[in-house]
Design a protein around this ligand. Structure first.
Ligand code: ATP
Length: 335
């Protein structure tokens, strides 16, 4: 325990990962881009800060983490900087299943995984000819929904697509309902699944259009955009938990079929729209810690039920590593 350190990129969910690691008794390392250390100094979560010119240069500095016996915790900023090939080549102890990233980063593979888990997904239209309802058009690799647009029908789609400079995209049924993002944690050490917390995103300008009356919305010709600016906590109706638990368990089981034999472990998130018929449509999965866990640095109503200390997802990861070290099973959860 004493020799192992916890390291992550200074961004995304690093505050809770590092704070959680310290609370569990680890020394911590933040790898920061030059000049972007302020939050990690202000909140005093890092025992050591390694400044590098850009996250893209991380490979050159990896050896420092190996020398320091660090376990690296991946999060959204890491996954967006590093291709699967590079992640696979990396020799630093990495928390999580590397191969599962392939399944979450490709829209078609992601769909296969979620379908194998028996989840309800929005329809996908392979050709614009087939559009028969409102759709959301998603550019591949769009960050925070910024490259998305909505179309009411086929005609509207065809008019709008002409005016856009977008690369590859997917046309998805637009599901009307409330977004709910469920943060799970699966431990292969004891075979248990936990719901850690839930959030909805605060998005610009989707969440601010209600502040302008309809006439002004039309006059200003605003296109709905979904750039994430923050996150709100959610607690769902208790009767919905049965289904959410089953959905999470099915995702873990399906992951063992696509990435045999171990499947995925650690944190993952299902991004859903809950309709007025109380049906969950899952439009995305993230197989790692998500930024929606950030409102819960001191725990959530759900983690409060399971733990007698404030348990963020970041701290849960550190607890898992501690449990693995203490039972000599670290090799089962790092790659
Ligand atoms: P990230 O990869 O960070 O999760 P993203 O760029 O892939 O973000 P999404 O989270 O997929 O973006 O979607 C952005 C917004 O679009 C979300 O608020 C979500 O509610 C909405 N959205 C996505 N898919 C659908 C859908 N099929 N029907 C209705 N709304 C949707």
């Amino acid at each position: 325990m004493k020799s192992i350190k916890i390291a992550t990129f200074g961004s995304h969910t690093a505050l809770q990962i590092l704070k959680g690691a310290k609370d569990e008794g680890f020394k911590t390392i933040a790898i920061c881009e030059k000049g972007r250390t302020a939050p990690y100094k202000m909140f005093n979560v890092a025992d050591e800060i390694i400044e590098i010119p850009s996250f893209g240069d991380y490979e050159k500095y990896e050896h420092l983490l190996i020398e320091k016996n660090a376990v690296f915790i991946p999060h959204g900023s890491f996954v967006s900087y590093y291709s699967l090939d590079k992640i696979k080549k990396s020799k630093v102890m990495y928390y999580g299943c590397k191969n599962i990233l392939k399944w979450e980063s490709d829209r078609n593979l992601e769909r296969q995984w979620l379908q194998k888990a028996g989840l309800k997904l929005p329809m996908v239209f392979e050709s614009s000819e087939d559009i028969d309802r409102p759709v959301i058009v998603k550019e591949h690799g769009a960050k925070g929904g910024s490259g998305y647009f909505l179309a009411q029908d086929k005609k509207d789609f065809e008019e709008k697509i002409k005016t856009k400079k977008i690369g590859k995209y997917q046309i998805q049924e637009f599901v009307v309902g409330a977004p709910v993002y469920i943060h799970y944690f699966y431990s292969p050490l004891d075979g248990k699944l936990e719901i850690m917390s839930m959030d909805k995103r605060y998005e610009s300008n989707a969440d601010s259009l209600g502040r302008i009356n309809t006439n002004d919305q039309v006059a200003l010709n605003i296109n709905t955009s979904y750039t994430v600016v923050g996150n709100f906590p959610i607690v769902v109706r208790e009767s919905l938990l049965h289904e959410l638990i089953e959905m999470g368990e099915n995702v873990v089981k399906a992951s063992r079929k696509i990435e045999e034999p171990k499947g995925t472990w650690g944190p993952f998130c299902l991004e859903t729209i809950l309709t007025d018929k109380l049906e969950f449509y899952v439009f995305e999965i993230s197989a790692r810690i998500v930024a929606g866990t950030n409102p819960f640095i001191d725990g959530s109503p759900y983690s409060y039920l399971n733990y007698d200390v404030p348990m963020s997802t970041g701290r849960r990861i550190a607890r898992e590593i501690k449990n693995a070290v203490n039972s000599n099973r670290l090799n089962e959860i790092v790659e």
